[in-house]
Design a protein around this ligand. Structure first.
Ligand code: S1T
Ligand code: MG
Length: 547
């Protein structure tokens, strides 16, 4: 027997959580006390709940365990809705633990502070954006409910919701078990593998596309091995950028349709069989395709199902599928078909002169930095910084490439630093920095020293690219580098390529405090990738409006 709070914390740890991100409030104070005093998991508090959610999400994306976000009822949890929605969209297993009113308060007859409509409005909202929920009101059933919910998070790699009434913290409960993994049906798996291998071997120009589920289920090495055995090239989606970064020999690049490297686009658009592993079929991933995805040439494994042509295999985990494919595939023999071809060349050798900085100069400078010192884990916000990231070598990256919600980059980087002990490089635009950049002030407390590259164009430039006539996209110059010392960091504002290269090297050498490099971009300067993406997107949109 243990107190429910300790049982939950131990269960989180047993299911792969490594740390807790949170922001307390009165409804969750007793649970937070248990977090602090039990020491079962280390905890990090941040300044605003969206950042708590982004940090937990990015931590999970990096360490492949569970991310945990602990917040108070109502005002806290509703602030976490957008980050949880993003985690759902991008398949990140974040466990939301929210404090809640106790049984006595519920029956008091008063409206409770932080209550929106009914006491259970919050639960109703989170039902929509999590894959499983538990409200811990019954000590007899709580352990099994927690076990089920945490298993759902792991099995589906999606967020879950646990509501913890504040009068339940000290009730005694049984230990929370770890439920056994549900194995795939062996016959179904065999038949599915046969069918996939038949289709791939009959194809002349097959290709593999990978997206985030491949990472979430820890099978990047398996997929790389499969690609080598089959001799089939691998391409990541936009959302899947950074996958298989340890296996550069198998990754041809990132598919961006009309906005991407033409050879990579050709590999996918001309393929006569496509194996889509863990791929989110979203507009950001596929809207710029010349060809619609044809079910007859597509094998799509996603969300525990495999769709081949016009039929489906339910309840097949992606990890089971890939492991079985690897096991059943014979390595290609010398002289056999091997179409592996890393085709993308990333820019290197920045000319360190007094010319103004363009976004692709930042990519070049970062490639040079990584060549000198080895790659750093990256997070990026949405904005031209993420399109510029496509010009950086395929290194590990966490970014909202599908959901496209701003504000992820900085708190995501703080989360990665806290959770992994590694030093991240964060890419962020000035608009997104206005949302969550403040969170850098928490680095000092925890001894974190990320490097932040801020793309300051004094503009919502991505919006301007879509709608150039609107003046509301002009932002003012906040002079972010000057704010940074008061947050405990080191700030440098750079306007030339020489200063950029120097600032990156200095930041790399400076340990013990965060560094912010505020890169001043000339008016209207956008990356080539974003420019191609916007014209492609407009063409698709106009085409579909006309239809
Ligand atoms: N609010 C939130 C939370 N997420 C969003 N994606 C948006 C609004 C809409 C939006 C964009 S891109 C963008 C906005 C406001 C401008 C981003 O500005 P900044 O960070 O400075 O980057 P850059 O100047 O490189 O564009 C999306 C995609 O619709
Ligand atoms: Mg901007």
């Amino acid at each position: 027997m243990a107190r429910l709070a300790d049982a939950l914390l131990q269960a989180l740890k047993d299911h792969g959580a490594r740390e807790i991100f949170g922001l307390p409030g009165d409804f969750v104070l007793p649970f937070f006390k248990a977090v602090e005093e039990s020491g079962i998991l280390p905890h990090f508090t941040l300044s605003h709940e969206p950042a708590v959610g982004f940090a937990a999400d990015a931590a999970a994306r990096y360490h492949l365990g569970l991310g945990v976000a602990v917040v108070t009822y109502g005002a806290g949890a509703f602030n976490l809705v957008n980050a949880t929605a993003g985690a759902y969209a991008e398949r990140s297993p974040v466990v939301v633990v929210s404090g809640a009113p106790g049984a006595g308060e519920r029956a008091s007859g008063f409206l409770l502070h932080h209550q929106a409509r009914s006491v259970d409005s919050q639960l109703a909202v989170f039902r929509e954006i999590t894959c499983d929920q538990a409200v811990l009101t019954n000590p007899a059933t709580a352990p099994l409910e927690i076990a089920r919910v945490l298993q759902s998070a792991r099995e589906r790699s999606l967020p879950v919701y646990i509501e913890f009434p504040r009068d339940m913290v000290a009730v005694e409960v049984e230990k929370v078990p770890v439920l056994p993994r549900r194995p795939a049906d062996a016959d179904a798996l065999n038949e599915c593998v046969d069918e996939i291998l038949d289709r791939l071997s009959a194809a002349r120009m097959p290709a593999i596309v990978v997206d985030v589920e491949v990472r979430r289920f820890g099978i990047e090495a398996g997929v790389a091995g499969l690609a080598r055995k089959l001799g089939i090239p691998v391409v990541t989606t936009f959302m899947g950028r950074g996958l298989l970064s340890a296996d550069p020999d198998v990754v041809s690049g990132t598919y961006l349709g009309a906005a991407g490297h033409p050879d990579v686009t050709k590999l996918i658009d001309d393929a006569d069989a496509l194996l889509l592993l863990g791929v989110i079929l979203s507009d950001t991933n596929f809207a710029l395709s010349k060809r619609k995805l044809d079910p007859r040439r597509t094998i799509h494994a996603f969300d525990r199902a495999v769709h081949i042509g016009h039929h489906s295999y339910p309840n097949l985990g992606l990890d089971d599928l890939v492991n079985a494919l690897v096991e059943r595939t014979k390595p290609i023999v010398a002289g056999g078909r091997n179409r592996l071809q890393p085709v993308t060349n990333y820019p290197r050798g920045l000319k360190a002169d007094d010319a103004p900085i363009r976004p692709s100069d930042i990519a070049t400078a970062i490639n040079d930095l990584f060549d000198r010192h080895g790659p750093m884990p990256m997070t990026s916000d949405i904005g031209d910084c993420l399109f510029t990231a496509m010009e950086i070598e395929n290194t590990s990256l966490a970014a909202p490439g599908y959901y496209a919600g701003m504000g992820f980059g900085v708190p995501g980087g703080v989360g990665v630093a806290a959770a992994t002990g590694r030093r991240p490089l964060v890419l962020v635009g000035d608009g997104a920095f206005q949302m969550t950049g403040w969170e850098l002030g928490n680095c000092r407390r925890y001894g974190l020293d990320p490097i932040v590259v801020l793309f300051n164009n004094a503009s919502w430039e991505m919006l301007r690219a879509f709608q150039p006539e609107s003046k509301f996209n002009d932002l003012s110059d906040w002079n972010f580098a000057a704010i940074v010392p008061s947050l405990g960091g080191h700030g440098t504002r750079v306007t030339t390529r020489r200063a950029l290269a120097n600032a990156l090297e200095d930041a790399y050498q400076r340990r013990g405090q965060f560094s912010l490099i505020e890169v001043m971009l000339p008016h209207g300067a956008i990356s080539d990738t974003l420019s191609r993406f916007v014209s492609g997107f407009k063409a698709v949109r106009e085409g579909s409006v006309r239809k």
